[in-house]
Design a binder for this molecule. Structure first.
Ligand code: MG
Length: 338
């Protein structure tokens, strides 16, 4: 198995701002895993909140030694070995997991969703994300999202009311709200969520800091909207701990080390009676198409990372009108463009 990788700077259509700050370029690492004349593609979109950058991903990948393994079909052994050998580095591990899965699908000649026995017609609608911005830009973005039936609005600051007012001025669509841990006290969170209940909001993602699970449970007892964990649901072992504090989890490949663990998280969340969402970082069509493969298993999707960029290096699963359309290409379903 030969692994090569390179940095690729995804250019954003708009400066992307959340409760944590803003940016115009989002660098990722694209991986190619070659074996038996087949190339599997993977992508790592590092998350700064967890100390990751393209440099930490590159460092991780250049230290990988998979010589003891014969081929990508040893998925379980390879991923356990890699996960056990170095802590953290979830996005780097996800890049490898995606490349292995893509390779296997290509070798077998089947798209992953088919390999897993999933229904192509059962994909959820994806939301389109509106970042924190000036009223003029927010209105512009809502206009650009015309074909998307659901909008995900980033809140969590002191302009929440203004932002929702601005969105509601131009659309009646279903809204989902992501506070990105921005509401620092449980009283504020309850007050905000009660107000959002009147604004046509479907659920609220990560209202409180991840470290305040008790506070989140206190909030949940006092509101009607479902609460979905994101920063609190990084990996498989987090899921059972969230019962009572959250109604569901957001699974992101870049947080959970990839598709193999994502599927385990879906099953665990279901066993705990929780809803499942899948989301993304700013990613190219590699990461988004990979997440789309298991999307028939989830209740909610927020897979818009590749439509927020202007220089996608791959063609893959599309969601132009908000419907995730799986294609019949093998593996994760992507073709390299550049
Ligand atoms: Mg989120």
């Amino acid at each position: 198995m030969k692994i090569t990788f390179h940095r690729y700077d995804l250019r954003l259509k708009h400066t992307f701002t959340t409760a944590r700050g803003g940016r115009d370029i989002s660098p990722v690492v694209v991986l190619e895993l070659e074996h038996d004349d087949i190339i599997g593609y993977g992508e790592s979109a590092p998350i700064a909140r967890y100390g990751e950058s393209v440099d930490t991903v590159a460092d991780f990948l250049s230290r990988l030694d998979l010589t003891r393994f014969e081929d990508p079909f040893q998925l379980e052994a390879i991923l356990s070995f890699v996960d056990g050998s170095i802590e953290g580095n979830a996005a780097a591990k996800a890049g490898l997991d995606l490349a292995l899965h893509d390779w296997i699908g290509k070798k077998l000649g089947v798209p992953l969703f088919k390999y897993w026995g999933l229904d192509k017609g059962a994909t959820p609608k994806t939301s389109f994300t509106i970042g924190i911005d000036t009223p003029r830009v927010i209105e512009e973005k809502v206009g650009e999202a015309e074909r998307y039936p659901i909008l995900k609005v980033k809140l969590g600051g002191d302009r929440d009311e203004e932002i929702i007012r601005c969105v509601r001025k131009v659309t009646k669509k279903t809204l989902r709200v992501d506070a990105n841990e921005g509401w620092k006290s449980k009283e504020v969170a309850v007050e905000k969520i009660k107000w959002l209940e009147q604004e046509g909001v479907e659920f609220v993602e990560q209202p409180m800091p991840a470290g305040d699970l008790d506070g989140t449970a206190w909030v949940r007892e006092r509101v009607n909207l479902p609460l979905i964990a994101d920063e609190n649901s990084l990996r498989l072992q987090d899921v059972p701990k969230l019962q009572g504090a959250f109604d569901g989890i957001n699974i992101k490949l870049m947080k959970c080390t990839g598709l193999r663990e994502a599927l385990k998280m879906v099953s665990t969340a279901r066993a705990c009676g929780m809803k499942v969402m899948t989301g993304c970082m700013i990613e190219s069509s590699v990461g988004i198409s990979a997440a789309a493969q298991f999307s028939p298993l989830v209740d909610y999707a927020d897979l818009d990372g590749n439509v927020l960029i202007t220089n996608d290096p791959f063609d893959g699963v599309r969601s132009l009108d908000g419907t995730i359309s799986l294609n019949d290409r093998p593996g994760i379903g992507v073709t390299k463009l550049v």
